[in-house]
Design a protein around this ligand. Sequence first.
Ligand SMILES: [Zn+2]
Length: 368
Amino acid sequence: MKYLIIISSLVCCVFWSSNPLQAQSQACGDPAPDWPNILTAAQVNQYAASNFQAPSFNIRIKFHILRQTNGTTGPSVADINTQLGYLNANFASHNISFTLDPTNFINNSNYVTGSYVGTYSDGSSRYVPFTRDTLYPQYGATNRLDIFVWPSEFGFLAGNAINIPNDYMAISEVKFSALWSAHISHEAGHCLNLLHTHQSANLTCPNAAKEEVDGGNCATAGDLCCDTPADPKLNNGGSVYNTSTCTYSDTVPRDCENAIYTPDGANIMSYGNQCRSIFSVEQRNRMHAELSFGAKGPNMLVCNTTLAVTGTITDGLYSANTTVNCNGDVNSGANVQFSAGTTINFTTGTKLSSGSSVKASLGGCNPN
Ligand SMILES: [Zn+2]
C-alpha cells in the first residue's frame, strides 16, 4: 500500500511557430488579420495524447442586443434562450456547455440604422470594425464570450468571429431561425480555435496550405484537422452542395492533385448551412486545447463546481470546474485521472494501491 499526496498541474505551455494561414484567409466572408494564436495540429495532438484533458468545460457567455432607442426591435429574451439551446445542443456531446450572463440590451438607434456603422469605408465588412472598435470596447469583457447580435436592419449578413481564437463574436438576427441553428455554434467554434473546413481552399495550386483530398497534408493545411475531409467551400463561389438533400456531387473543383472533393456538409465549420450539426473528434480536441491553455479560452471558463471523491476509487476521470477533493482508496491497478479548474486536494488517508496510476491536472477557469 502506498500513500499519495500529489498535486500536479498542466500549465500554459504554448509554442508558436510561423504558419501558412496568416494573412490569406477569411472568417465568414470578412478579411481576417493575422491569427498568431492558432494552435498547430502538433500542439493539439500532444494535448489530446497527454490525457490531461479536463472533460467538462463551462463557458460564460453574454449576449448584447442592438435595438432601436425605444426598445421595440431586436430579439427577445426568449429568442436568446433559443440560441443558448442551439449552442448547448451542438456542444453537449463534446463536454462543453454555456452559462448565460444577463442579456445586455443596447437601445441606440444610431447603432441600428446603419448610418453610424456606415462611416467605415470597407464595404459590407464595416460591421466587423464597428463590432471590434465600437461595441467590444464599450460592452465586452475578457472573462466571458461576448456575443453581439447584429440587428435585422443590417441586412442578411453572416456572423463573424472577428479573430481566431477570440472572446467575442457577432451573429445576425436574421439567422435566428431553426434553419440556421448551427450559425451561432459556427462562430463559437471559431472563437475556440476552429478554422473553416474549407480553409485555404480558394488558393491557387500549388500551395502548401491547400488541403489535399487524400489527407496527405492534413496536419499542416486546410483546417489542420485530419478527420475532416478536404472541402472546396460549399456553395460559395467554389462548388455545388445540395442543402435540401445534404449531398455533394460536384466533380468540377479539384485539389492540387486533381482529385474530386468529398466534403462533409454536416460539419458545423463548413458552409453546409442547415445540414450542419457535428464537430469532429479533432475539432473537439482543438477546442479543449484552446480552453485549457489557449490565448482566450481559459479566461472564459466558469469556476462553479466542486467534486468530492470518496470511498473506493475505480478507473475513471473525476472532474470539476473549480475543485476536486479526494479522500478515498484508489483500487489496485486502477487508472484514475483528476481534473479541476483551480485546486485538487488529496486529504490525509487517501490511499493508492499497488499497480494503480493517478494523474492530476489543473485546466484553468476564471473565478471572477
Ligand atoms: Zn466561419
